[in-house]
Design a protein around this ligand. Structure first.
Ligand code: GLN
Length: 495
């Protein structure tokens, strides 16, 4: 029998169906991996091994009586931004440390209904604000990858850094992430795994702790394109409890993986070739283009002229929505409270103690750009430029089927690096925020290693609700890249 945590989800589903092993065995192997590794990686805020074993037993029972779901017995990590009934949900924030939801998010409910097993709640940047997982109130996550010849601790990216580290280190077969401006794609790139942010509206936001509601999207992270397709299938669909949920049929994503790229038109946006882009990432991008060309795709140069406004627009819109969404954490209804002399004093003390520095910074920026006198100059203006960014994509997609770009401007960096100036950290998101602002689907696929042996991802951006083509192109890149490198810290067979 192969070492179970090494399997892809697709292979594990075959193995379970063939009764080569049980869901309890598969889950037990992952619980052992977490016990061995998570002290070092800190990818989980809350581990739920007993619950996982119960879910695995039900999955085995379902398989025995012919009622197994499409994910029956597959152990997953759940980003701790998804409310899980009866299981603490913190958003990696001190203010939510004691919060145990009485309801389940739609995405996790659908995963449960599909038979998935939940190993625990994955660490993240506080309220999903960040690109390094350094802002978690529950401590930093360590990237399972290390530079060659160095054991310096690197960040896994963020905000879905715990999900990414858990999947890359083989503590989980897949994970849920959320992506507001890149939080699935950038950590996927930093940890050598695959992650897709679907079209805005594809997955319900019901029960996901809100950051910036017009941008937040759930999506899967896994070790193959096909595994992401299998997970996204179960996560997607209309939900009346989310007013922006799309009433769309969910296509068969898994079969799209095998479509190939022959005849597809791949756009290469000139504006993503930015000053100072590392030559290694530039070279990888060029290689990606030639791989697709070799498989029969047509390469077309396109322009997304408003790309340079992506970051400034994002860092107005996202904090504005965050400041409004986070107003609910006042010590009355959710989570922790610090008592004060009167009601206002209690609010102030609770919020001062309950939020970290990055979250406070965003609340202040957001409040400022929404305030009387500045609303038109910042927020309204940003919304207008956001419309132009969307228009760029619409025009490009009249000529091409997908866009190919790098996912992030660098490989994983060291813990503590890029921390002195918040703007340096925000630059991580330069390639991911435009697709978020436009609401289009985008996926990161591991495509190679840098000179120091760290993974780098390429990003495929598609048309609204055309995840199928994104999957097809992702699979073609995956096949050509043949990415097989392994992180230094990972579950290993003990003999
Ligand atoms: N890094 C971006 C930010 O800090 C994106 C975060 C996200 O997608 N949740 O806002």
């Amino acid at each position: 029998m192969s070492f179970l945590p090494e399997l892809t989800i697709a292979a594990a589903l075959d193995g379970l169906a063939a009764r080569s092993f049980s869901a309890v065995e598969l889950t037990t192997a992952h619980i052992a991996a977490i016990a061995a590794l998570d002290g070092e990686l800190n990818a989980f805020i809350t581990q739920t091994p007993e619950l996982a074993l119960e879910m695995a037993k039900s999955a085995d029972a379902a398989r025995a009586n012919g009622t197994a779901g499409p994910l029956s017995g597959i152990p997953l990590a759940i980003k701790d931004l998804f409310c899980t009934e009866g299981v603490r949900t913190t958003a990696a924030a001190k203010i939510l440390e004691p919060f145990v939801p009485r309801y389940e998010s739609t995405v996790t409910a659908q995963l449960k209904a599909a038979g998935a097993v939940f190993l625990g709640k994955a660490n993240l940047d506080e309220f999903a604000m960040g690109s390094s997982n350094m802002t978690s109130a529950f401590g930093a996550v360590t990237n399972p990858w290390q530079r060659e010849g160095s054991d310096a601790k690197l960040v896994p990216g963020g905000s879905s850094g715990g999900s990414a580290a858990a999947v890359a280190s083989r503590m989980a077969m897949g994970a849920t992430g959320t992506d507001t401006g890149g939080s699935i794609r950038q950590p996927a790139s930093f940890t050598g795994i695959t992650g897709i942010k679907p079209t805005y509206g594809r997955c319900s936001r019901y029960g996901i702790v809100a950051f910036a509601s017009s941008l937040d999207q759930a999506g899967p992270m896994a070790r193959s394109v096909e595994d992401c397709a299998v997970l996204l299938q179960a996560m997607s669909g209309f939900d009346a409890r989310d007013s922006t949920s799309a009433e769309r049929v969910v296509p068969d994503f898994r079969s799209a993986v095998r479509r190939g790229v022959k005849g597809l038109r791949i756009g290469v946006p000139a504006e993503y070739r930015m000053d100072g882009l590392s030559p290694e990432i530039d070279a990888l991008w060029t290689r990606g283009i030639s791989w697709l060309k070799a498989q029969g795709a047509e390469i077309i140069d396109v322009s997304l002229p408003h790309t340079k406004y992506g970051l400034p627009v994002y860092y107005i819109v996202a904090p504005a929505e965050a400041s409004s969404n986070l107003a609910r954490y006042d010590g009355v209804r959710f989570g922790a409270r610090v008592d004060g002399e009167d009601l206002i004093d209690m609010y102030e003390k609770t919020r001062a103690a309950g939020f970290g520095a990055e979250v406070k910074r965003r609340i202040m920026i957001g409040t400022y750009v929404l305030s009387a006198g500045y609303y038109d100059a910042y927020y309204l203006k940003a919304q207008k430029v956001r419309a132009l960014i969307l228009q760029d994509f619409t025009q490009a997609f009249a000529k091409v089927d997908v866009l190919l770009t790098p996912t992030a401007p660098s490989a994983a960096f060291g813990q503590g690096e890029k921390m002195d100036d918040p703007v340096t950290m925000y630059l991580n998101d330069v390639f991911t925020v435009p697709a978020s602002l436009a609401g289009v689907p985008a996926m990161s696929v591991p495509a190679g290693l840098d000179r120091q042996g760290l993974p780098l991802g390429l990003q495929i951006i598609g048309r609204h609700f055309d995840e199928e083509t994104v999957f097809a192109v992702g699979a073609a890149l995956e096949q050509a890249a043949g990415f097989s490198a392994l992180p230094a810290i990972r579950a290993r067979e003990t003999v």
